[in-house]
Ligand binder design. Structure first.
Ligand code: MIG
Length: 641
């Protein structure tokens, strides 16, 4: 059952396309401060709180305080409160009841989940203008009830984005591929190595002066020709698009936007100017349907060149600085010259530059024209990435049809899941981030984001060969299977590592699993269900499973329990029922071991991958091919659980 409540004067986020009628009567389950300034409930000892999408820490969110306020945060620490996305859905559950809570609020919301008081959940929207949805289930079995609550919620927010098949193949990305030659070298090296490859990603380096919808003609002299040559080899080029449009006379995207009033305004009604990669930029006002349509149609230049995949970046939106704030800071800094600074003065001096980026005051000085209603950006901040991606997604649906264009975004809000997927942003080459990448998946799925994945091997800092192997192995079932790295970090294309055959075997195994992955993904999408789920979604009456943080159900038939720590040659696994362990060394070289319900130590060498098949279930296995277009989805063997 779904109940809907209104507080204050909420802005329509369009997270929920067809809203049920507003419930009358008091809000059940939660105690509500009169004006909606806080919602709270007592958590019992056995309550687990799942959800919140892409956040730090474990699957059980208890014991920390999270703030939904989309931020370009490059340090994903245990203590980080905000990342790039806001997915304000929680599932509070124990053996007796499950409650789904969706706080549909486009501005800042704080989720204190046992931080101030260990047994208290307290939700505080910065401004009490929001809609609240409560979702319950009549199912008696706790696992069925958890699935049911998510199912009702997902039906409420609408069908998840459907990517093309090639989106499930292996993708190589790196910030720094500058030219046709760089890209060709990647393609050739993978071909020589015998590793399947479906996509090579183009980061900001492909553009002319970081201008969206342009291509550097010196380094890519015949872009459409190059795109089609790569496509003939089965490789899709996937360019990045940033949120800001470079302010440059004569650059037609800028000129058109300016002339038609498509940009976000400042408090004086002038085009709001910030600086990001290209220098000064304006932001498309994606809350206006006219501007959204216009921005979406800009992708045509690249679609016409044969491109069929994009990733949208910097759309929190991320701001390096605004010219006014920078100039003021420079003036302030000059005032310190020649002075003997005490510690406080020195700190203030340091902060002059340190607080320029993503400054909240700048977000307060941005204004949208939401189809006739003027709104301050800060109040609807979390909707920007959603609507930038929606602009693209709506255009692709019209221009290309469903399931044709790969699209994923860094920033998001619930509702965006109908138009594209997400990647989890600038993680690091940390083992803890490998574990985190798995823990984020079920929470994203609950919020509708089925197509997602992390930068395998870690984005920032230098990776190691063992981390790379474990990440590829832990992500075997993850829809987005992309190796990405930051500029200047250790090169990590798989052919650069000594144990080439191990990598080859892993990626080939991924391709052999695609028939299963794709079928299960489709099913989850069509049925508004989870693709990745905590074990408690299947095993409801088992207290142990509520505490498991490093094992997941992948689809309906298998469980995964990857090794996520360095220098380990195995791990403990808890089986909630009898299962069959498949230890893969390659898609054709594997053993099956029947294991009884309970705790087991299982070994897993660096060149192995473990899959656990549920009792009575079947894992279909295909034959790998050079790319997804060449996969024979009909040629399957079966491994029985
Ligand atoms: O300020 O385009 O998260 O994947 O490689 C950094 C360069 C901008 C951030 C993205 C990352 C991408 C990088 N971008």
């Amino acid at each position: 059952m779904i109940l809907r409540y209104l507080f204050g004067h909420p802005f329509d986020t369009e997270a929920v396309p067809n809203k049920p009628a507003v419930s009358d009567g008091p809000v059940p389950y939660l105690s509500v401060e009169k004006d909606g300034s806080s919602l709270s409930m007592t958590l019992s000892d056995d309550d687990v709180v799942y959800g919140l999408g892409e956040t730090v820490r474990g699957m059980n969110k208890r014991g920390w305080i999270y703030v939904s306020y989309n931020t370009d945060e490059f340090l994903h620490m245990e203590t980080t409160k905000s990342l790039y996305a806001s997915q304000n859905f929680l599932l509070v559950t124990n053996g007796l009841r499950s409650l789904g809570i969706f706080v549909d609020c486009p501005g800042e919301v704080t989720f204190d989940i046992g931080y101030t008081k260990m047994d208290r959940l307290c939700i505080r929207p910065a401004k009490p203008d929001f809609e609240l949805y409560l979702v319950t289930s009549a199912k008696m079995d706790p696992a069925a009830a958890r699935r049911d609550v998510v199912h009702h919620f997902r039906r409420l927010i609408g069908k998840s984005y459907l990517p093309p098949l090639f989106a499930f193949g292996y993708g190589q990305s790196r910030w720094g591929y500058k030219s046709e030659d760089d890209v060709e070298e990647v393609a050739d090296s993978y071909e020589r190595m015998g590793v399947p490859l479906d996509a090579i990603y183009l980061d900001i380096d492909y553009m002319d002066h970081f201008k969206d919808f342009t291509v550097n003609e010196e380094t890519f002299p015949d872009f459409p020709g190059f795109v089609s040559r790569m496509k003939d080899r089965g490789i899709h080029l996937v360019p990045i698009i940033d949120a800001g449009i470079r302010k440059e006379e004569g650059y037609c995207v800028y000129e058109e936007g300016k002339k038609n009033g498509y940009f976000v305004k400042d408090k004086d009604g002038k085009d709001f100017t910030a600086a990001v990669w290209p220098g000064e930029v304006c932001f498309p006002d994606v809350l206006s349907s006219r501007a959204r349509q216009w921005f979406g149609s800009q992708y045509d230049v690249l679609l016409d060149a044969g491109i069929d995949g994009f990733w949208n970046d910097m759309n929190e939106p991320s701001i390096f600085y605004t010219p006014e704030r920078l100039n003021q800071a420079i003036r302030n800094v000059a005032g310190y010259e020649g002075k003997d600074l005490d510690v406080n003065a020195f700190m203030r001096l340091r902060d002059e530059m340190g607080t320029l980026s993503n400054n909240r005051e700048d977000y307060r000085n941005m204004f949208h024209d939401a189809d006739g209603t003027k709104v301050c950006h800060d109040d609807v901040h979390n909707l920007f990435g959603f609507n930038m991606t929606r602009a693209a997604g709506e255009h692709f649906l019209k221009a290309c049809g469903e399931g044709k264009v790969l699209l994923f975004s860094r920033s998001s809000y619930i509702g965006m899941h109908r138009y594209g997927g997400v990647w989890t942003g600038d993680n690091r080459t940390w083992w803890s981030h490998l574990k985190l990448s798995l823990q984020q998946q079920p929470a994203l799925n609950m919020a509708g984001f089925l197509y997602s994945g992390s930068d395998m091997g870690g984005f920032m800092d230098d990776t190691t060969e063992d981390l790379m192997l474990r990440w590829l192995s832990a992500s075997l079932f993850t829809p987005l299977y992309r190796n990405h790295a930051a500029l200047g970090t250790r090169q990590k294309e798989l052919y650069r590592f000594p144990h080439r055959s191990w990598f080859e075997n892993l990626v080939q195994l991924r391709y052999a699993l695609i028939p299963y992955i794709y079928a299960q993904f489709r099913k989850a999408r069509d049925d508004d269900a989870m693709y990745f789920a905590p074990l408690s979604f299947f095993y409801g009456n088992d207290e142990r499973v509520m505490q498991i943080e490093d094992q997941l159900m992948a689809g309906e038939d298998v469980m995964i329990a990857p090794v996520v720590e360095q220098n380990k040659t195995g791990r403990m696994v808890y089986l909630p029922e009898d299962m069959t362990l498949v230890r893969f060394r390659s898609f054709e070289d594997y053993d099956t071991v029947p294991l009884a319900k309970g705790d087991h130590y299982v070994s897993c060498a660096l060149n192995e991958a473990l899959v656990f098949i549920r009792k009575g279930h079947v894992l279909p296995l295909g034959v790998p091919a050079a790319n997804t277009a060449e996969l024979d989805l009909g040629n399957l063997t079966q491994i029985r659980g």
